[in-house]
Design a protein around this ligand. Sequence first.
Ligand code: ZN
Length: 111
Amino acid sequence: MMNLFGKKSSELKKETPKGIVCPNCHAENTTNISVTGVYKHLFHIPFISGGKYGTSACTNCNHTFKFPTMPMSIKLAYYELKETTKTPIWFYSGLISIKILVLVKIFSRYF
Ligand SMILES: [Zn+2]
């Protein structure tokens, strides 16, 4: 069977917040935190958003965390970053195209 539906992800925002100490190598200000958005696609066209998740990576020791296992200080910084990260409109490209097609169809009855 062909894979018509699927999930892809795209990094939306990345920051190195001040004051975070890497729990692995104890270096300060070396932890990159990124917010990644997931979208569901149909025929490789992004359709709807599938939420966001967080990861962090230390630039000094390359230690990485996924959201569930992040230490609290990194989790808090992630929440702060996520708060200012908007879901890009192109995640909804397919859905928007369908809405536009429906609107065009409706309006074409009157003009
Ligand atoms: Zn480190």
